[in-house]
Ligand binder design. Structure first.
Ligand code: GDP
Ligand code: GDP
Length: 440
């Protein structure tokens, strides 16, 4: 499981600013909680090589009524799900009643807390920090999130506190990964048909669902076999935990979904053909790509739609899902089982692509071909020379390109190269990472 950091504090202390800095994301996943002025945001971060999930809580204002109360509850729930809390206060305003309220709330939850005194730019940092000694935290840091000051010390402190020994999947050999079988996460918004699909996978007819109050960060893992091959289904919908009666749909948990993506090899992203594609669908897909996971897209509930409706859905997909051109899209009916077999084939294909064995000579030859066909534009009159390429890892495949000025390659040219390699190596379903190295 990926460690989870919660950013907590009253509004305006700089939580979002720090969140953006840690995740560098334009694309946070927002938990849709109607009635909130500001929702929780979830993002992925890699801190000194260790992947994390960061949660920016809505904020705890102190005088908890109405919306504020709901927001505070949400914040505290985020604390409950976190491994470590970064409690942020504002050096410019100094301690407020709301800060004391937050401290009091945090004291009730037994979580490691780092107190970050933000906005120490332009104030006497030590004095500002000293004001908060009375909270009694052993770890207090000065921070200027907006300017990046103190952020790397904060990251070091987080890693120290969690005593993490990073498990590096990329270091597992291809044989080890193959032997274990595919870990397959089934993700998507509520009601798109995840449970129905999982039951279909498991060969069961009946969908059994009941409500699990509250969110948990843990999915259910189901071992299964298909045509003699082992798979582990990562069930974010909670099919197996559910009893015998379908009562209500389980709450959607962004955190659970991100954990499932992080722990999977291949993601089946399920969408409902009868609903418009939402921003939440798109950001889920972006998170799969960011995490470097292979993906197959299932457009579900394809049964009982008219030709005209189907045509409309396809147009919408072309328009909005163009950025995931590497993933196969299947139009399925989880309810009736149509096309589910093809979905499995794409899952296997995506995992094979993620684990492809490439050689330096093969990649260099392809690089030369790509270069011949289309050369990168010069940067300030100087030519960019691409010399050779070699594999840099698998799951997802990494291609390392050496050359002169290669670090200046334009994004559009990198995309061209990735597409060229993808086509020639027949890599379908997996993202491809391109790395550049200056010199020979
Ligand atoms: P949040 O409500 O806790 O998420 O706070 P925001 O991240 O939205 O920040 C609130 C305000 O503080 C914004 O105007 C930020 O530009 C400002 N801010 C955030 N970090 C810093 C900092 O390090 N120094 C200064 N001077 N301002 C900051
Ligand atoms: P989840 O919340 O993503 O797990 O969604 P469920 O599997 O609980 O399905 C939500 C609703 O959609 C249920 O009423 C299902 O019967 C229905 N459903 C699921 N798959 C299909 C399908 O392929 N076709 C149709 N027509 N309905 C479906």
């Amino acid at each position: 499981m990926l460690p989870v950091i919660a950013l907590v504090g009253r509004p305006n202390v700089g939580k979002s600013t720090l969140f953006n800095r840690l995740t560098k994301s334009r694309d946070a996943l927002v938990a849709n909680l109607p009635g909130l002025t500001r929702d929780r945001q979830y993002g992925q971060a890699k801190l000194n090589g260790q992947p994390f999930i960061v949660v920016d809580t809505g904020g705890i204002a102190g005088d908890e009524e109405g919306i504020d109360d709901l927001m505070a509850k949400q914040s505290l729930q985020a604390v409950d799900e976190a491994d470590i809390v970064v409690f942020m206060v504002d050096a410019r305003t100094g301690m407020t009643a709301a800060d004391e309220y937050v401290a009091e709330q945090l004291r009730r939850q037994q979580k490691p807390v780092i107190l970050a005194v933000n906005k120490v730019d332009g104030v006497h940092a030590e004095a500002a920090i000293a004001e908060y000694y009375s909270f009694g935290y052993s770890t207090i840091l000065g921070l200027a999130a907006e300017h990046g000051r103190g952020v790397s010390a904060l990251i070091d402190t987080i890693l120290d506190n969690l005593e993490l020994t990073p498990v590096n999947e990329e270091e597992q050999t291809i044989e080890e990964l193959q032997a274990r079988g595919v870990k397959l996460a089934v993700v998507g918004r509520p009601n798109v048909g995840k449970s129905t699909l999982i039951n279909r996978f498991l060969g069961e007819e009946r969908v059994v669902v009941f409500d699990m109050p509250g969110t948990t960060r843990d999915s259910i893992y189901i071992e299964m076999e298909r045509r003699g091959k082992p798979y582990t289904l990562i069930d974010t919908a909670g099919v197996r935990r559910r009893g015998k009666v379908k009562e209500a749909v389980e709450k959607f948990s962004v955190l659970k979904t991100l954990q499932a993506i992080g722990d999977s090899n291949v993601v089946v992203m399920v969408m409902d053909a009868r609903e418009p594609i939402t921003d939440q669908d798109l950001s889920l897909i972006s998170h799969v790509i960011d995490a470097g996971r292979s993906m197959v897209i299932a457009i579900n509930k394809w049964d009982g739609m008219t030709e005209e409706q189907r045509e409309e859905v396809k147009v919408e997909i072309d328009r909005r899902l163009g950025f995931v051109d590497f993933a196969r899209i299947h139009f399925i009916s989880a309810l009736h089982g149509s096309n589910v077999g093809h979905l499995w084939e794409s899952v296997d294909e995506a995992w094979e692509s993620a684990l492809i064995e490439m050689s330096a000579s093969q990649l260099t030859r392809l690089l030369e071909q790509a270069y011949e066909r289309h050369q990168p534009p010069a940067i300030k009159g100087r030519r960019i020379k691409l010399r050779y390429a070699h594999p840099g890892g698998h799951n997802p495949p990494i291609i390392v390109i050496h050359g002169k000025q290669v670090s200046k390659l334009q994004e559009s040219y990198k995309r061209y190269l990735i597409n060229f390699f993808r086509k020639k190596l027949n890599l379908i379903g997996t993202p491809i990472r391109l790395e550049t190295k200056e010199g020979d």
